[in-house]
Design a protein around this ligand. Structure first.
Ligand SMILES: NC(=O)c1ccc[n+]([C@@H]2O[C@H](COP(=O)([O-])OP(=O)(O)OC[C@H]3O[C@@H](n4cnc5c(N)ncnc54)[C@H](OP(=O)(O)O)[C@@H]3O)[C@@H](O)[C@H]2O)c1
Length: 238
């Protein structure tokens, strides 16, 4: 145990923090003195549980599946009365086994699975949890460079790309509906990183990429409006 609860520390509500980039973000925010309310899906012990032990008093663990609206609503209820500085929905999925599949190769169930998690589920979480975020706080979601329509020059991973483009579009609509809002809205393109989802061929490890992701999120605080940025803070074309 290396830390204790600090009443003055800011808090991030981080959805999809059991492993991969989400768990690494939880660890990085804890190292930078934040409190984390991190979510996992099941009852199993995860990387986030290890981190919660390492950063004692800083990481609280909640359970939510973003595709289950009743679970998001129940989480909102449990957090009633709390205010967080940041809400970040990292949860996401991909069909890595079929990078070259065209829409003729994708079943309706596969299509629904990826779209429901990456677009519907993520934005449902944003909509149902946004009022926990301070009026000057930040709401973000893990997008992907593959969600950029402008940068789509090679056409692989069509379904995953489409789900992240849909997420971006839905976040644009959210931003338009909340145009007078002082909150920062961020869609993060973290780069291709070695995780279960990214696979072993990805050029970057979490240890080098995640501190940059967190630095960019912290830097985006205090600037109202929506931005689609990479982990260097550079704008990604829609
Ligand atoms: N790795 C990359 O190269 C890369 C690049 C660009 C964008 N991204 C995005 O970054 C995010 C994290 O990816 P990753 O590489 O860390 O993948 P990962 O290792 O597969 O982790 C995915 C995370 O999302 C959670 N999750 C999946 N479906 C969920 C659901 N329905 N409800 C709640 N949580 C759910 C998983 O929880 P469980 O443990 O319960 O499954 C896990 O914590 C994703 O949005 C991904 O699209 C990744």
């Amino acid at each position: 145990m290396t830390e204790r609860r600090d009443e003055n520390a800011p808090t991030i509500l981080l959805l999809g923090a059991s492993r991969g980039l989400g768990a690494a973000m939880a660890g990085e925010f804890a190292q930078r003195g934040w409190h984390i309310i991190g979510t996992v899906r099941g009852a199993d012990r995860t990387k986030l549980h290890e981190l919660a032990e390492l950063h004692a008093g800083r990481i609280a663990i909640e359970q939510v599946d973003v595709t289950k609206r009743d679970q998001i609503a129940a989480l909102r209820e449990r957090l009633s009365g709390r205010q967080v500085e940041m809400l970040f929905v990292n949860a996401g999925t991909a069909n890595r086994d079929k990078p070259n599949a065209t829409m003729a190769d994708i079943s309706p169930d596969e299509f629904a699975d990826i779209m429901i998690t990456n677009a519907l589920g993520v934005m449902c979480a944003v909509e149902l949890l946004q009022d926990l975020v301070r009026p000057d706080g930040l709401i973000g979601a893990m997008s992907s460079g593959q969600g950029s329509i402008a940068n789509n020059a090679n056409g692989v991973n069509d379904l995953y790309r489409s789900s992240k483009a849909a997420l971006n579009q839905l976040m644009k609509s959210y931003a338009a509906r909340h145009a007078g809002d002082q909150r920062s809205l961020v869609l993060m393109a973290p780069g291709w990183i070695r995780t279960d989802l990214g696979g072993p061929s990805a050029p970057f490890g979490m240890a080098e990429a995640i501190p940059e992701v967190v630095t960019v999120l912290l830097a985006q605080q205090g600037t109202p409006g929506l931005r689609f940025v990479d982990r260097a803070g550079k704008t990604v074309p829609w």
